[in-house]
Design a protein around this ligand. Structure first.
Ligand SMILES: *Cc1c(COP(=O)(O)O)cnc(C)c1O
Length: 342
């Protein structure tokens, strides 16, 4: 098999420490959001490592994602956030450890018709107006065997937004109307609003992977991209590098080409905020980022063809500087990276 020439170093201890931080902060069990293939890091590997940290429940978007994840281990439940339609019946039959989070009256009826005695969750909308039943539609869930009733916060990553407290109050009415089941409201950012948001379980995602959901979160970075030098060349003063000839050598220069580009999530708009690192120095990018190559000015260093170079990748800072959300940056890390857990 060909050896991947670019890689993500993924820090399992940091992932686990982040999980424990969110669970500890909430003081209730955390269901880890691992949709979109574990926010791009690889859901199977993420779930294995979270399970070792005590995680007993994970959430994916669809039955296709639940199928791709496979059996997550004994005693670990998989929640399917987009719910259930009759077309999902065969998948649901094949994945007894998974359960839908039902969102509509039709979904409730479809689940009841096929799997009446099997546990399901329910999503109630409390002001986001995305997925979930409205409180007056709660009778649609009658006759279901419910484990947990969820709702989701729209604005918890803004520490000053009034909608978060309003949703907490609205969720109070949901809890009053469903006294016999468990309740869950908070994502990573919501957990940071305090224990009032904990209820019986929380659902962190972003923060597990090193994203900073809220200034009060204490998260460790998990992802470190690295690229390999595939060529080094000398470029004399006045020589131009890359598409558009936008970079002109102001002195005799040594230029390294690494095998990483915008197809790997290193978008051109990130360029002013990125550099590579060698021998303790930041190495600036030279010229435009290509689809799968970047030129770096390595003048004055001893780096060689074949060397691996880490790319600075401070997720919150990059996001703030370049205008991509931390979520977008994570899920844009391409399949071409070998994902190396350390
Ligand atoms: C994705 C998701 C989460 C996790 O949200 P983060 O902001 O990544 O912590 C929690 N709950 C639901 C319903 C989700 O869709």
């Amino acid at each position: 098999m060909a050896i991947a020439a670019l890689r993500l170093r993924l820090d399992a201890a940091a992932l686990q420490a982040n999980f424990r931080w969110f669970e500890g902060r909430a003081s209730v069990p955390a269901c880890a959001a691992v949709k979109a293939d574990g926010y791009g890091l690889g859901a199977i590997a993420v779930v294995q490592r979270l399970a070792a940290a005590g995680c007993r429940s994970v959430a994916v978007s669809s039955w296709a994602e639940a199928e791709a994840l496979g059996h997550p281990g004994d005693g670990i439940a998989v929640r399917v956030l987009h719910g259930f339609t009759p077309a999902d019946a065969a998948s649901a039959q094949a994945l007894p450890w998974a359960r839908p989070v039902l969102n509509t009256a039709l979904q409730c009826a479809a689940w009841r018709a096929t799997f009446q005695s099997r546990l399901a969750d329910l999503m109630l909308d409390t002001g986001m107006n995305r997925l979930g039943l409205a409180l007056p539609d709660l009778p649609a869930a009658e006759g279901l065997r419910l484990d947990t009733v969820h709702s989701h916060l729209a604005c918890a990553d803004d520490p000053a937004h009034p909608q978060t407290a309003a949703q907490l109050a609205a969720f109070g009415a949901v809890v009053a109307a469903t006294p016999t089941v468990r309740h869950s409201l908070a994502n990573s950012a919501g957990i940071c609003w305090g224990r009032d948001y904990s209820f019986d379980g929380v659902r962190p995602g972003l923060g597990l992977y090193g994203g900073l959901p809220h200034p009060a979160a204490d998260v460790r970075p998990v992802v470190q991209p690295e690229a390999r030098i595939i060529q080094i060349r000398d470029v004399p003063t006045g020589g131009a590098v890359g598409y558009g000839a936008t970079w002109i050598a102001g002195r005799d220069s040594r230029i390294a080409i690494v095998n990483l580009g915008y197809a790997d999530g290193v978008f051109c708009r990130l360029q002013p905020h990125l550099h590579f690192v060698a021998e303790g120095h930041g190495l600036p990018l030279a010229g435009r980022i290509s689809m799968d190559m970047i030129a770096i000015d390595v003048t004055g260093t001893d780096v060689r063809e074949g060397d691996w170079l880490p790319l600075t990748y401070d997720l919150p800072a990059l996001s703030a500087a370049a205008g991509f959300s931390q979520y977008e940056l994570l899920v844009s890390l391409s399949r071409r990276y070998e994902r190396c857990w350390i």
